[in-house]
Design a binder for this molecule. Structure first.
Ligand code: ATP
Ligand code: MG
Length: 389
């Protein structure tokens, strides 16, 4: 029995004239996600995506798990392919649903007939296939309201398909269809989640990480590589820009008021993230900030870092509670890495009493004590980039 994967396009079905360019991006992304398993044939007809392989898919379970992570898909299922012939449809439905049905007790058959030339109507298909299953599998009954298993028969242009279980897809818009943004990626819980959420809305990601040797060690850096690599399951081909931050932090500590250290440091992060965004061709920055979470994430502190950014700063977690962020981080498998106890450059110099309502004029006064262009230039010239796969 031949098996393929059928998927439903997500929100891109709402697009008008430019829908085909979204579909092309989605097809390219699915093929890319499946590359470890070979070359696949992927096509879209009437919002349904057909995923098949010349000579058959060898490992449908593996292929299915890769496609589940592709943004732009609302739902997907594995489906058996058969001829558009009622006898073949019935036999295939029996063979394909037997396992699932024997473990459960109730079922119903649903049918979609997009090929209107097929001689049987949808209600007839449901009735015939349902009767056939009842006759051939002991101990099952029909429940049209609350069935344990729904057996779906679709009669389409090229063939008929039988499937039993639709699961939700990754949702969102095709990766890369909304442009590109640069994620400020720390080793914490929040920033990988922020990156995932914006990638889900179709932004291709690059990332920038600030590290401060010898205050932060190799293990802390490795943790960020690991997080980037876990994100790359959703966000392929990510470039990670690494910025030496030690000199800047030492200069701030030596010259500026302690209670303003964090906001001044975050303004340097924004200047350097702007530079990394330019290098990677990104049109926006993304951070994992959430309103009120820490002193640097008050409205005042956020406005003061925002005002100097040359790019729009996207903060998808701004209205989320920590436990909601943790739930997403568990879902995307970054949580266990994020909680490894390595230091971050933000934490090594944390002031005892950071000012929660900083004033811009005071910040500018403190910044005047630093040679900002030279510090930024030094950090940009030492910036390195790593490709994450
Ligand atoms: P996270 O949980 O993501 O580490 P956080 O709770 O530690 O965030 P902050 O330290 O205030 O919060 O950082 C806020 C945001 O600033 C982070 O979500 C991230 O986008 C960015 N950021 C912080 N530290 C770094 C870093 N070392 N490199 C790159 N970006 C950083
Ligand atoms: Mg945070």
């Amino acid at each position: 029995m031949k098996e393929i994967i059928l998927a439903k396009c997500g929100e891109l079905v709402l697009k008008g004239l430019n829908r085909s360019s979204f579909e092309k991006t989605l097809i390219r992304n699915i093929k890319r996600a499946l590359q470890p398993l070979g070359e696949f044939d992927v096509s879209i007809m009437q919002s349904t995506i057909y995923i098949d392989k010349d000579g058959g898919i060898d490992d449908t379970a593996a292929a299915f798990s890769y496609v589940r992570r592709v943004f732009g898909i609302a739902a997907l299922c594995r489906a058996a392919v058969c001829r558009k012939d009622m006898e073949d449809i019935k036999k295939t439905a029996l063979e394909y649903s037997k396992n699932a049905l024997q473990k459960k007790r109730t079922f119903k058959v649903e049918s979609k007939r997009s090929d209107k030339r097929f001689a049987f109507s949808s209600p007839q298909i449901c009735a015939d296939v349902g009767a056939y299953l009842l006759k051939n599998i002991d101990g099952i009954s029909v429940d049209v309201h609350n069935p344990d298993v729904v057996v779906t028969v679709e009669v389409r242009d090229l063939a008929a398909y039988v499937h039993c279980e639709n699961v939700p897809g990754a949702g969102g818009m095709p990766y890369g269809s909304s442009g590109k943004a640069c994620l400020l990626l720390s080793g914490g819980i929040d920033s990988p989640v922020a990156g995932y959420m914006m990638a889900k809305r179709g932004l291709k990601l690059s990332a920038v990480h600030f590290f401060s040797p010898p205050y932060t060690g190799e293990l802390a850096k490795q943790k960020v590589f690991d997080l980037a690599s876990q994100l790359s399951c959703y966000c392929p081909d990510m470039e990670l820009y690494l910025v030496h931050f030690t000199e800047i932090q030492e200069q701030i500590k030596k010259n500026c008021r302690e209670d303003l250290f964090t906001v001044i440091m975050r303004r340097f992060m924004i200047r350097l993230a702007d530079a990394a965004a330019d290098k990677s061709g990104a049109g926006a920055l993304i951070t994992g900030e959430s309103l009120g979470q820490v002193a640097s994430q008050t409205l005042r502190a956020l406005s003061i870092t925002d005002e100097l950014s040359r790019h729009i700063v996207l903060r998808p977690l701004i209205g989320m509670d920590k436990d909601e962020i943790v739930a997403v981080s568990r879902k995307i498998d970054t949580f266990e890495t994020s909680i490894l106890p390595y230091e971050d450059c933000c934490t090594v110099f944390t002031p005892r009493h950071p000012k929660t309502r900083p004033v811009l004029s005071e910040i500018l006064e403190e910044e005047n004590k630093l040679d900002i262009p030279v510090l930024v230039e030094n950090a940009v010239s030492r910036m390195t980039v790593v490709k994450i796969d």
